[in-house]
Design a protein around this ligand. Structure first.
Ligand code: AMP
Ligand code: ZN
Length: 116
């Protein structure tokens, strides 16, 4: 996808603080972190979001979760704990239409969703 910012990060056309990359998956720091550790894990190949059937081809999701666990180790939060999440659709505030798994940690994150 020529206009996709995460494709551009994967291809090195946009700068990012990349912490891990493999032939299939890249992980880089979120530009607007919501926690001391906030890293996005993305497939190198463009996939729109978690409802895109391409997400379920090959072992894309499996590898993304494996990378998330590995990056959590590298960031020193494997023991203290972390949260992994996908957003989808307006209620969840999906903004960037390239599949990305959020890895959040480094402080107590509180309840999963604000109650109101
Ligand atoms: P989402 O709301 O799930 O679509 O999350 C998109 C995330 O991408 C947000 O947390 C943004 O801060 C992050 N983001 C947007 N542009 C960039 C960028 N150029 N580099 C790193 N993270 C980005
Ligand atoms: Zn893309």
């Amino acid at each position: 996808m020529t206009d996709c910012i995460f494709c551009k990060i994967v291809n090195g056309e946009l700068p990012s603080e990349t912490v891990y990359n493999s032939p299939n998956v890249t992980a880089f720091r979120d530009i607007n972190p919501a926690a001391p550790v906030h890293i996005l894990i993305v497939p190198n190949r463009h996939i729109d979001h978690i409802r895109d059937p391409r997400a379920f081809e090959d072992d894309v999701l499996k590898e993304m979760f494996q990378v998330a666990n590995q990056v959590a180790e590298m960031e020193g939060i494997a023991e203290s704990g972390y949260r992994l999440l996908f957003n989808y659709g307006p209620d969840a505030n999906l903004v960037v239409p390239h599949l990305h798994l959020h890895l959040l940690g480094g402080r107590p994150l509180g309840p999963m969703v604000a109650r109101r």
